[in-house]
Write a new protein. Structure first.
Length: 302
């Protein structure tokens, strides 16, 4: 990884019932990074910290090379497009077009043609009051708005929340095209497995306010596998020594299903131990997340 679009160093945020961090996170420029984690794990809070909308108790945050706590300059923030998870109800009485007129003044790179093109693509009428828009329509409008000033960096919190399947496909398409020039960056939070699979280059797991790791997507799916082995050939105790082992299940019919997070090493180990893998399965993102959540719960209980 070379240049970072965002970096968080030892960032801590203390709330009454929640502790975020210390977080160490680097978001590489030119790629899509997806934060994946259960509800309440701190994804939205991380976005707000990055944008200086809330202040951490400790740590340093850099946005597009600038230290955000020292940089009050709008210039850096005007290079970012932020789609929050929830929109403020304060704008509800405004027509979308009135909000656009207000917002566009803040962005030197505002592109009216791009805005009109995106409204057409998403089939959004900006003559409607924001409070009268459906959830999906409002999301599509805000999406068009943040893309129309040619941001270098997009921060998308649950981008497809409320979108129908057709609008979802359009959004994925628009984001792929957005990334085409090669120097743009997306940091997104998502619960949608398919969305992460289609868009992300890197995946960050965040659980209970902690970043559990940043993984290159293909490497992640290539290393988390379930191996099926014959219980007659190998007993539970022996298979516990498999590299990266993080779960053994009896699937009936004398078969054991062994989950490993180090599939290539585990395969070599099986070879050396003369254990035949009868079948193997790459784990899905939600399976991996479920295992990590369980491991984190066990760690917290200990
Ligand atoms: N303004 C606030 N004051 C106090 N606690 C808050 C505030 N906002 C969020 N929290 C708490 O911080 C924790 C993290 O919330 P956050 O919204 O960052 O999580 P999330 O991962 O985005 O969740 P979700 O997937 O449900 O959107 C939660 O326990 C939440 O209750």
């Amino acid at each position: 990884m070379n240049e970072n679009a965002i970096s968080l160093k030892e960032v801590e945020l203390q709330r009454t019932h929640f502790q975020l961090g210390p977080i160490q996170l680097e978001v590489p420029k030119g790629y899509v990074t997806a934060i994946v984690g259960p509800n309440g794990s701190g994804k939205s809070s991380t976005f707000k910290l990055i944008l200086d909308l809330i202040k951490p108790q400790k740590g340093d945050i850099k946005l597009l090379g600038k230290n955000i706590s020292e940089d009050d300059d709008w210039q850096t923030k005007s290079r970012v497009g932020f789609l929050p998870e929830l929109f403020s109800p304060h704008d509800n009485r405004l027509k979308a077009s009135a909000k656009t007129e207000f917002v566009k003044k803040w962005y030197p790179e505002w592109d009216v043609n791009r805005y009109q093109e995106l409204l057409r693509l998403f089939e959004v009428d900006d003559g409607i009051k924001l409070g009268k828009m459906s959830k999906g329509m409002r999301r599509k409008y805000e999406f068009a708005l943040i893309l129309s000033h040619h941001p270098e960096l997009l921060l998308l919190d649950e981008p497809s929340s409320g979108l129908d399947p057709l609008a979802w496909r359009t959004m994925i398409d628009v984001l792929h095209r957005y990334m085409e020039p090669g120097d743009r960056t997306i940091l997104m939070a998502s619960h949608i497995v398919e969305e992460v699979k289609r868009l992300a280059d890197y995946i960050v797991f965040m659980i209970h306010g902690r970043v559990l790791g940043v993984y290159e997507k293909d490497e992640l799916f290539g290393s988390w596998h379930a191996f099926y082995v014959h219980g007659e050939q190998v007993n539970r105790k022996r298979v516990q020594a498999m590299p990266g082992q993080c779960g053994i299940e009896d699937t009936g019919g004398g078969m054991l299903r062994v989950i490993t997070r180090m599939a290539p090493d585990a395969e070599d180990w099986c070879g050396q131990e003369h254990i035949t893998i009868t079948h193997r399965q790459a784990l899905q993102l939600d399976d991996i997340l479920a295992i990590l959540v369980e491991q984190e719960r066990t760690r917290l209980r200990a």
